[in-house]
Design a protein. Structure first.
Length: 71
């Protein structure tokens, strides 16, 4: 499910974001994936996209974060 975690506390959103899978990230967000979820290192999916230089995916996540804070 959307909230399941692996051994490093990654959600499906963390994994898709780190790999730059923009369509998957968009789908996960549409399904209600938790943008605020952090892994065992305290990082969000957006932070992993940034660390792995996944610019397009990071932009999607930033827009989603902005939408959360303005609603």
């Amino acid at each position: 499910g959307l909230r399941e975690r692996d051994a490093c506390s990654w959600t499906p959103l963390h994994a898709a974001s780190a790999e730059g899978q923009k369509p998957v990230v968009e789908w996960l967000l549409e399904q209600g994936a938790d943008l605020r979820a952090v892994d065992e290192d305290g990082r969000t999916a957006r932070e992993w996209a940034e660390l792995r230089q996944q610019g397009a995916t990071e932009s999607v996540l930033r827009r989603a974060e902005t939408a959360l804070t303005t609603t």
